[in-house]
Design a protein. Structure first.
Length: 455
């Protein structure tokens, strides 16, 4: 996720305050329950009928007979005409419900801790990025960073569709019809985002393949293609529509926008992006000659789509839906006896659920991300370990990284390999990969500080 702005940090502090308020309210509720348990033996007579003229000012609570039973008066004052702790405490399912609520709170607190770790890692990431850029500039290396394409599903208002089921869980007590519809909307968003991430990964992989083709065609290594180098490529590739001298010249002139008699990599990529006929045929012919793997983990589109589907299901639907469901259910049970006579008791579970949405979503998002980093995502190890030896050698890591983007600098990849090889035995083991190697691999892809042109 992107670096946090001051405004985002302020929002997080606000969410922490809200969480503290919720936990405090839960603590007060627990104290009220203990107080009720203490005075319960003295309350042998049934609760009197609700008096419309409450001298205590609490709707639905009558202090009639307060002089006869001070303990009963104290119990009524503690309940405020909203919560029916006697019913909650007598319900055999309450201990399990309270345990589930406690478990949900622990998940949110774990997510808060993960946010702190993420912020620390982001600071280190920024510092490392600055150092790499400074060293490259000192060496006279021009670095061109790719501009990320606008992500409609995660950067526009459409992202709030991911919170649909949380809204449905909160509204369930007063608007049950919204419950099923909210989950339909949430899962529709999840599937749409997953398909989008698969398509983006496929597009990115194809662009990486085009970049790799360009570098393989640059025979003299000067960072540009002249007419002879491009002509050799067209002659050697089995292109479905062979070019003639006239069509080749027209193609070269179209791609060579700068008019300097050579094609730069940016011009080559731009020609592919606009689906230039000859360049597209050249790329497709080259891709057909490449060895195709049957390992699904080496299919970037499948991996990215599955990763988004799993993460969104856990972070956007399952964890927050469970958390709000349990707390709203607990509040429903506590308010059930007073809901018919007191609007506050009727709507309190919904208000509680709505207030929880901004508090829990970010921590659970980050917690799910950390969980996948520690479990499923390191399975990429088997895709890099091409010889199935149980370890990753430098050549395997280099091949994988340069398949992602052929411009990765070998010295940088060697540094990455040495950082992952904590045992310094020349290979990366599964344990080293799980204990930090994958995170370094992920960080290297995120940095994208790739030398492109040396003047």
């Amino acid at each position: 996720m992107p670096a946090k702005s001051h405004q985002q940090q302020s929002k997080r502090h606000g969410r922490r305050g809200t969480l503290a308020a919720v936990v405090g309210a839960a603590g007060l509720a627990g104290a009220g329950a203990r107080a009720f348990a203490a005075v319960r033996p003295a309350c042998n007579s049934p609760m009197p009928l609700v008096s419309p003229s409450s001298s205590a000012g609490f709707k639905g609570v009558s202090l009639q007979g307060a002089g006869k039973s001070p303990a009963r008066t104290a119990r009524k004052a503690a309940l405020l005409g909203i919560f029916d702790f006697e019913k909650v405490l007598s319900d055999p399912g309450t201990p399990l419900l309270l345990a589930q609520c406690a478990g949900a709170i622990s998940l949110v607190l774990a997510g808060k801790y993960c946010i702190q770790l993420e912020e620390k890692e982001e600071e280190e990431h920024v510092q490392k990025r600055i150092m790499i850029k400074y060293k490259q500039e000192a060496q006279g290396i021009i670095v061109k960073e790719e501009v990320e394409e606008f992500d409609f599903w995660r950067e526009s208002l459409a992202r709030y569709l991911g919170y649909s089921n949380e809204l449905g869980e909160a509204l369930r007590p007063v608007f049950p019809a919204a419950y099923v519809a909210s989950y339909v909307a949430a899962f529709s968003y999840v599937f749409a985002d997953s398909l989008d991430k698969a398509a983006r990964a496929d597009k990115k992989a194809k662009r990486a393949s085009v970049r790799k083709l360009f570098l393989s065609l640059d025979l003299d290594g000067d960072g540009a293609l002249d007419q002879d180098e491009l002509m050799v490529a067209f002659a050697e590739m089995k292109i479905k529509n062979p070019v003639t001298p006239a069509s080749f010249k027209a193609c070269f002139d179209r791609v060579n926008v700068s008019g300097n008699k050579t094609i730069e990599i940016d011009e080559f990529m731009a020609a592919y992006d606009r689906a230039d006929a000859e360049i597209t045929d050249l790329v497709e012919a080259w891709q057909e000659q490449q060895e195709k793997s049957s390992n699904p983990l080496e299919n970037p589109s499948l991996v990215a789509g599955a990763d988004a589907l799993i993460w969104q299901t856990i972070a956007s639907v399952a964890l927050p839906g469970f958390t709000i469901n349990r707390f709203v259910t607990l509040a429903e049970e506590a308010c059930a006896g007073q809901a018919a006579a007191n609007p506050v008791a009727e709507y309190f579970p919904t208000v509680l659920g709505l207030c929880m949405i901004p508090v829990i979503c970010k921590p659970l998002d980050v917690l799910a991300d950390f969980g996948l980093d520690a479990t499923l995502r390191p399975l990429l190890f088997s895709a890099i370990d091409t010889d199935k030896s149980g370890t990753i050698e430098f050549s395997e890591l280099k091949t994988k990284m340069q398949n992602i983007d052929a411009s990765f600098d070998e010295a940088y990849l060697r540094q990455l390999f040495d950082e992952c090889d904590t045992q310094k035995n020349g290979v990366i083991t599964i344990e080293e990969w799980r204990m930090g190697g994958y995170k370094k691999f992920k960080e290297a892809l995120k940095l994208k500080m790739i030398p492109s042109v040396t003047p």
